[in-house]
Structure formats: structure tokens, C-alpha cells
Design a protein. Structure first.
Length: 85
């Protein structure tokens, strides 16, 4: 195997490794929430309360709306948590 081919493979590997690490860090930062103690949040259905940097309480109801045209129960569209929750 030539030196040039080895360097090419090494830099390709290094590039892919950097992409994987950057992607995982971006995903972690989106999932990380501050969870300010005492902060409450309602998603149109459930209530969530933060305590000591974790979600301490959640009502965990399944929520549905009745479609006015078909009278069929449909899963309710929930609001996302605010950035400071």
C-alpha cells in the first residue's frame, strides 16, 4: 500500500470521525434542557414540573380531540417544551 493511499484513507477516516462527533454533540445540545426548579409547562394536555434539574412530575395523560367532520378521536397536537424548561 502506498504512503499516499494510506494518508488518503487516514484523512477520510478522520473527516468521518469529526462529522460523527459533531452530529452527536449537536443532538445532545438539542436534547439538553435547563429544567429550572419550580418551572411548569403545559403542552395543551399534560402538565410538567421541574425540580432539582429533572422533570419531577408529569401527568402523562393521553389526549385526543374529536374531529368535527368525522366525529373520530384524533391524537391531539401537543406544544413543544419552551427552551428554558
Amino acid at each position: 500500500m502506498s504512503t499516499r493511499n494510506m494518508f488518503s484513507k487516514f484523512f477520510n477516516f478522520l473527516f468521518l470521525l469529526i462529522v460523527v462527533i459533531a452530529t452527536s454533540l449537536a443532538a445532545e445540545s438539542e436534547e439538553t434542557r435547563k429544567c429550572v426548579p419550580g418551572k411548569r409547562y403545559n403542552d395543551r394536555c399534560n402538565y410538567y414540573t421541574c425540580s432539582n434539574t429533572k422533570v419531577d412530575f408529569c401527568t402523562m395523560k393521553e389526549c385526543y380531540n374529536t374531529n368535527p367532520v368525522t366525529s373520530i378521536l384524533e391524537t391531539m397536537e401537543l406544544l413543544p417544551a419552551p427552551p428554558d424548561f
